[in-house]
Ligand binder design. Structure first.
Ligand code: C2E
Ligand code: CA
Ligand code: CA
Length: 611
């Protein structure tokens, strides 16, 4: 038997969480049976831990453990066989032991070591009596059998909850345990480079649909078949774990990346045949996540493999390797999501304002409020990154309300400085969930004494506008109270005019993507001209976004677009810079329609102090 280091023995006790078995009825039954069979007063199942021994089960004592210093079992686990002391008072090692000299005044001890795994002696089952005694050979054999019984029971209790009831395969808990075991058993000097692979084999949406229609049994049957197919395909190569309803995992040890890729390609091939259950034929899917690790560092590997599998799911790829950058991004987003409320409190959010140029009057009559987040750790974060993160939480309405209030207060502040502007604010689909937004906006405008017509609410063009009747109703309510509603990013996705008719909107903001190349491509120019013409015919006000050149601006003027917004006019600006720009523009343009020279001038002004 291997002579094992004490630290390894302790690690095994901890990793198996053996202490949690204390007082288990199965162990109590064995102890009671032993007391009866040997006619002794006290029987213990003792776990010899680092500094104490703990009694997992006992009869005939009130104690639940003792320090290891005075424990007899600590000597018993040094032996390969039964350790027997017929009279403890006569043994120089124990005659002065407090358990012998004082209550309970032990006299007789016989303990059999409990040998687990690779020869680790974790404790004993021991017989204690209060008069001298000696076991005969038959009794010694019987005590060995009791030790085997305890070991069997411990192994059984430890393996419970480590199998998936549907497939009978080892489950996620077993995988986590095996990963820890691999760490414990691998020699310190040579970590084995390994790969953990997690595979999703069934499309969750179709699985849910099937469950709704036919109950869980057919889905379970399909998953069972796929688990079997996978086990069969991997054979001796790796043990298969069933780690999620439609997910399996396995570890490839000591393989190169190319070998891993070859194994996955082969599995994909083998798993791709359709599965049949309840007369239905279902197509399987194959999306795998792969995370490299060494047996010395497997702490985070399960999470990393799952992350990689989600990357495969999102991109539709058959498999993805764990990507540190993507992971860092996810972690950052998670952190941002938890810090939104703090950011609102600590004024990390601010608004910048991008002017909109009226092409009929040449005035900068309105601005769009754009949110900025100056994070204490990450610095300035772009709204394209943090708005989707906030949308994923329940906090979007809170942020939007902050933006609305801030923007309208800013209007009043500018007014006090003699500049009167209109303003537009971006709303997100999440703002419409509770249906309370229109009332909030109306109350706010009333409270601050701001004419509804001066506020425009921008909603991004997309499916969600069409999906929910309640969104249209809320936009209608806003419009009925005199607020303007703009469809943002029009032309960025699959826009279509037919649904626009059903939406209460006053303005169409043409996405900057539609402006790209209009100066050089006749086709592109014709496209935006058509969009503008149609919008006008349907009665919308039109705003072109992302105007970056004088040429674009001139074309938009010619095609009777109502307003232009973009870097050529001005970048988004802080409130003070914005008011300076407006004043300068008003004195230069003095209200006349734009000329080419003036648009050139605008660009220079806008870039000064731009953000
Ligand atoms: P958006 O509503 O389409 O805003 C216009 C974006 O285009 C702004 O980016 C603006 O800085 C940028 N832009 C303006 N002119 C030009 C140009 O000439 N060229 C180019 N390349 N870009 C130009 P920003 O401020 O980074 O905002 C990005 C998006 O974040 C916004 O797109 C909007 O969807 C969202 N967002 C910003 N603030 C808020 C907010 O308060 N609430 C909500 N729900 N979304 C916001
Ligand atoms: Ca916008
Ligand atoms: Ca836009």
């Amino acid at each position: 038997m291997r002579k094992l280091h004490e630290a390894d023995r302790i690690a095994l006790i901890r990793s198996l969480d053996l202490l949690s078995l204390a007082g288990h009825p199965e162990l109590d039954r064995i102890v009671a049976l032993a007391a009866f069979a040997f006619r002794v007063k006290t029987v213990l199942i003792s776990l010899v831990d680092e500094v104490d021994q703990h009694f997992l089960s006992c009869v005939g004592t009130e104690l639940r453990g003792t320090s290891r210093e005075i424990s007899v079992c600590t000597h018993a686990i040094e032996q390969d066989d039964i350790y027997e002391v017929p009279d403890l008072t006569a043994d120089p090692l124990f005659s002065r032991n407090p358990l012998v000299m004082q209550a309970p005044r032990m006299r007789f001890y016989a303990g059999a070591p409990l040998v687990l795994g690779d020869g680790y002696k974790v404790g004993t089952i021991c017989l204690i009596d209060y008069a001298p005694r000696r076991l005969d050979e038959a009794e010694r054999e019987q005590l060995r059998s009791f030790a085997n019984l305890v070991v069997g029971q411990i192994s059984l209790l430890r393996s419970m909850g480590r199998r998936d009831p549907v497939t009978g395969l080892a489950n996620r808990q077993q995988l986590a345990w095996d990963l820890r075991e691999a760490l414990r058993q691998s020699p310190p000097a040579v970590p084995v480079p390994s790969h953990l692979c997690i595979i999703d084999v069934l499309d969750v949406t179709s699985a849910h649909r099937l469950t709704q229609a036919l109950g869980v049994a057919p889905v379970e049957s399909i998953v069972r078949q796929l688990g079997f197919r996978l086990t069969d395909a991997l054979g001796e190569t790796a043990r298969v774990y069933h780690v999620g309803v439609t997910r399996f995992a396995f570890v490839l040890a000591g393989r190169s990346r190319d070998e891993v890729a070859a194994i996955l390609a082969d599995l994909r091939e083998r798993l791709s045949a359709p599965v049949v259950s309840s007369g239905l034929t279902l197509q399987t899917v194959f999306h795998a996540g792969v995370a490299g690790f060494s047996t010395h560092d497997s702490a985070d590997v399960l999470r990393r493999a799952v992350t990689a599998m989600h990357a495969a799911l999102e991109s539709g790829a058959p498999w993805c390797e764990y990507d540190r950058d993507r992971d860092a991004r996810l972690q950052r987003h998670y952190r941002l999501a938890t810090q939104v409320e703090r950011a609102l409190d600590t004024r990390e959010f601010s608004l910048v304002y991008q002017p909109r140029l009226s092409l009929s009057t040449g005035r900068l009559g309105s601005v769009e409020a754009l949110l900025r987040w100056r994070h204490p750790e990450y610095g300035d974060i772009a709204p394209d990154e943090f708005i989707p993160v906030i949308e994923g939480t329940t906090l979007m309405p809170l942020v939007t309300r902050w933006v609305l209030r801030q923007a309208l207060h800013q209007l009043l502040a500018w007014e006090e400085q003699g500049v009167v502007l209109d303003i537009s604010v971006n709303l997100s689909s999440a703002d419409f969930r509770d249906g309370r937004l229109p009332a909030y906006i109306a109350d706010l405008a009333r409270e601050l004494g701001i004419e509804p017509a001066r506020l425009e609410l921008e909603v991004t063009e997309g499916e969600w506008l069409r999906d929910k009747g309640s969104v249209a109703a809320q936009l209608g309510a806003l419009q009925a109270q005199g607020f303007n509603v703009a469809i943002d990013d029009f032309g960025a996705g699959y826009s279509n005019f037919s649904y626009l008719n059903e939406l209460p909107a006053t303005t169409i903001k043409i996405d900057r993507g539609l402006l790209v190349g209009i100066e050089t491509s006749e086709r592109r120019a014709r496209l935006i001209r058509t969009v503008l013409k149609l919008s006008v015919e349907l009665g919308y006000r039109t705003v072109a976004e992302g105007v970056e050149t004088a040429g674009q601006l001139a074309m938009l003027c010619e095609w009777q677009c109502d307003e232009a917004q973009g870097y050529h006019v001005s970048r988004p600006l802080a409130p003070e810079a914005l008011i300076a720009l407006i004043r300068q523009h008003d004195s230069a343009a003095s209200g006349s329609p734009l000329t080419g020279a003036e648009t050139g001038h605008l660009a220079t002004v806008g870039q000064a102090g731009s953000l």
